[in-house]
Design a protein around this ligand. Structure first.
Ligand code: SAH
Length: 233
């Protein structure tokens, strides 16, 4: 996706990107390209592909939720998707990026420093550990392409405030919804919206799905990772 097409497609999402924001994304791309040679952070490296499959794709989240303010936690952010891109475009958000991999966290710290971003922090932890301590704190929790939806709900819902929104960004979701009612009942959440669409240019399928948290989460969630993997709720 070239620069003109990127700007045009963002306008369709009602995002009017400024020159400064565009320069920040260009710089982010340069750092990613530079560091990727050393640390293998993403398999997508060609500039137009990064703009489409990482930057634009991250911003499609606005199809399902308003992002002008509040606290947002991005689980398994990897090289910063969607969380870092959201910080650049929606600077009023207070963002926490979490990833279990140290080299990715070090990369994210470099981007924050070089782009001089504020109100954004990086946590090097497994989400299921973080969710044991930082409970009921965030307005929004996001995850793009990290784990099965049910695992994400069990990790992510405890982090949310009551009335907060969880958003999963997925390529394909249908079979992941089997038995989701048990998760809604036990985690006290309700599916809110689902939006299916295709990425421009390459037309691959995407699904955005959101859940609202209705009540404080029972302390027994999340369970240990071995249990989460072994048995559904
Ligand atoms: N969200 C990014 C990265 C996806 S790859 C993107 O869409 O490009 C998945 C990432 O999640 C990896 O970086 C991995 O380290 C991280 N991850 C997976 N399970 C995790 C867990 N339980 N806790 C923290 N990070 C996790």
């Amino acid at each position: 996706m070239n620069k003109e097409k990127f700007i045009e497609e963002l306008l369709k999402l009602h995002i009017e990107i400024s020159d400064i924001q565009l320069k920040k994304l260009e710089k982010y791309y340069e750092i990613l390209e530079r560091e990727n040679k050393l640390y293998n952070l993403t398999s997508i490296t060609e500039k137009e592909s990064v703009f489409l499959k990482h930057f634009y794709d991250s911003l499609t989240i606005v199809k399902i939720i308003d992002l002008n303010e509040g606290t947002l936690c991005d689980l398994g952010t990897g090289a910063g998707f969607p969380g870092m891109v959201l910080k650049i475009i929606f600077p009023n958000l207070k963002i926490t990026l979490i990833d279990a991999t140290l080299k990715k966290c070090n990369f994210l710290e470099k981007v924050i420093k070089e782009l001089k971003l504020e109100n954004i922090k990086v946590i090097n932890a497994r989400v299921e550990e973080y969710a044991k301590i930082e409970r009921e704190k965030y307005d929004i929790v996001t995850a793009r392409a990290v784990a099965p939806l049910k695992h994400l709900l069990e990790y992510g819902i405890p982090l949310l405030k009551v009335n907060g929104t969880f958003v999963a960004m997925k390529g394909n979701i249908n079979e992941e919804l089997n038995g989701i009612e048990n998760y809604e009942n036990k985690l006290k959440i309700k599916q809110n919206k689902r939006i299916d669409f295709q990425l421009p240019i390459e037309n691959s399928n995407r699904t955005l799905i959101s859940f609202i948290k209705l009540e404080v989460t029972n302390n027994k969630y999340p369970r240990k990772y071995t249990e989460i993997k072994k048995k559904s709720l």
